[in-house]
Write a new protein. Structure first.
Length: 121
């Protein structure tokens, strides 16, 4: 199962993902959640709590990167878990995506005072 919590600060959205990014209905929900943030300058996918990703999940990430970049929005992967990082490395997708450590995001963004919008994907 995959859950996604969306946090918006200014022109940036952080999608905190937890669980598995694998083939199934949840992939389309993640896709829709990302595409709803196209008005943002940057979208971070926080993958620190994703314990598994399969070929379908990788395909979705590539699709999302292509889609949002074509519309002027940057898609960045935030702190992928060891398992996700290994799959990205094996598939050489680590050279395609901008991968950022959590320290790269201003603490104000990650700990904003407002209540974040939450969506389940």
């Amino acid at each position: 199962m995959l859950s996604v919590r969306v946090e918006r600060v200014g022109n940036t959205a952080v999608l905190h993902c937890a669980g598995q990014i694998v083939v199934g209905e949840r992939l389309s929900a993640l896709r829709d959640t990302v595409l709803c943030e196209l008005d943002k300058h940057t979208i971070f996918l926080d993958l620190s709590r994703v314990d598994r990703i399969d070929a379908g999940g990788l395909g979705l990430l590539v699709f999302l990167r292509t889609s949002v970049n074509g519309l002027g929005t940057a898609l960045k992967l935030l702190s992928p878990s060891a398992q996700v990082r290994e799959v990205l490395k094996l598939t050489k997708l680590d050279s395609v995506f901008k991968i950022c450590p959590a320290a790269d995001i201003d603490s104000e963004l990650l700990h904003s005072a407002g209540e974040p919008y939450e969506a389940s994907a």
